[in-house]
Design a protein around this ligand. Structure first.
Ligand code: ADP
Ligand code: MG
Length: 322
């Protein structure tokens, strides 16, 4: 009877869009007391939008400075796979001063996609770098462009002094701020935002109602992380921000060492190791294959409410057995 009930449970899960790798997973689900949630793409939509371009003080032609920053950032980000990258590429393509040839100086109508990038490198949780050769007038040949978080650019020897305060401001207001630099100098801050999914707050209420403690885990800055946490009712003390992809596992392990039984919900390549090391890994079906493969459960609908539903399913199934 026991295996039968578990099979019925997994079958019921499949109907609900909760794909469970094996019947034994349901038993593990029952013991969970803590749920670690990745922010980007799990609690938020993962569709970032560029909301601001901040320039250093004293720039004479702001339109041109903004256009150049967007264009060179987009050229490099086109190669990257990150919601921040997608937001920048989309904004550059939509920028009238950039591709459409709106002004006589640089607006030569050269499509952004025609810019060439050499020596591209993406550093997970930090940013991207590449040498850009563009036909776009005024930008010259072979500029080494970096786009990423301020601390990483500092490590790369970029002079970021003129934009440090702008980054702090944007992050304090809940934005995700990345800096674009070339020729060793920071040129602009690109501020992106990622809306919370409208189902996330409900999902968090349900998790708490089941007696589970939610923890928000992200590589993003504390300001952006807390803004999201507040929207879904997670207190600041349960927000763990600016965690490098390789350190997410350590956070899960630390919680386990404190005696907690941890489920992790994530979607990204950068979540895979933590998903595998958690007592229970749940991947958003909308996420990357790597995350799905590393997990015990796939939430096909990409709706965070499937997480509490999975816990309820497990508890109901195991009640039948006992
Ligand atoms: P999350 O945990 O929110 O998915 P990541 O660990 O992927 O975050 O990234 C953390 C931070 O690293 C981002 O908020 C951003 O500042 C920076 N970053 C990562 N990838 C890129 C990129 N392609 N371009 C610019 N910045 C990036
Ligand atoms: Mg994510």
């Amino acid at each position: 009877a026991t295996p039968t009930a578990l099979l019925v449970g997994t079958g019921r899960g499949a109907q609900l869009g909760i794909l469970i790798k094996g019947p034994e997973v349901l038993e593990r689900t029952r013991a969970i007391d803590t749920v670690v949630l990745d922010k980007t793409g799990t609690v938020t939509a993962g569709r970032m939008e560029l909301t601001d371009v901040l320039l250093p003080a004293g720039i004479s032609d702001e339109t041109a400075a903004r256009r150049d920053a967007l264009r060179l950032a987009a050229a490099v980000e086109r190669r990257a796979e990150h919601p921040v990258a997608a937001a920048i590429v989309q904004a550059a393509e939509a920028d009238p001063a950039s591709a459409a040839g709106a002004d006589g100086v640089g607006g030569d109508g050269v499509p952004i996609g025609s810019d060439e990038v050499f020596d591209f490198r993406a550093e997970a949780g930090r940013g991207v770098v590449g040498v850009v050769r563009t036909a776009h007038a005024g930008l010259g040949m072979g500029r080494r462009v970096l786009v990423g978080r301020l601390g990483w650019l500092d490590e790369q020897g970029v002079d970021t002094a003129s934009l440090r305060a702008s980054v702090a401001d944007a992050e304090g207001q809940g934005g995700t701020a990345v800096v674009v630099a070339w020729d060793g100098v920071a040129r602009a801050v690109l501020v992106v935002r990622d809306p919370v999914k409208d189902t996330s707050a409900l999902a968090l209420d349900e998790l708490r109602a089941l007696g589970l403690r939610p923890v928000l885990l992200t590589g993003d800055n504390p300001g952006a992380a807390r803004a999201v946490a507040r929207e879904v009712g997670i207190p600041d003390e349960d927000v763990i921000a600016r965690v490098m992809p390789e350190d997410k596992v350590a956070v899960v392990e630390r919680l386990r060492a404190q005696g907690r039984t941890v489920a992790m919900v994530g979607d990204g390549v950068n979540d895979a190791a933590a998903l595998a090391s958690a007592d229970l890994g749940l991947a958003m079906g909308t996420g990357t294959d790597v995350a799905i493969e590393a997990s015990d459960v796939t939430l096909v609908r990409g709706d965070l409410r499937s997480a509490p539903q999975a816990v309820r399913l497990s508890r109901a199934t195991l009640r039948i057995i006992r």
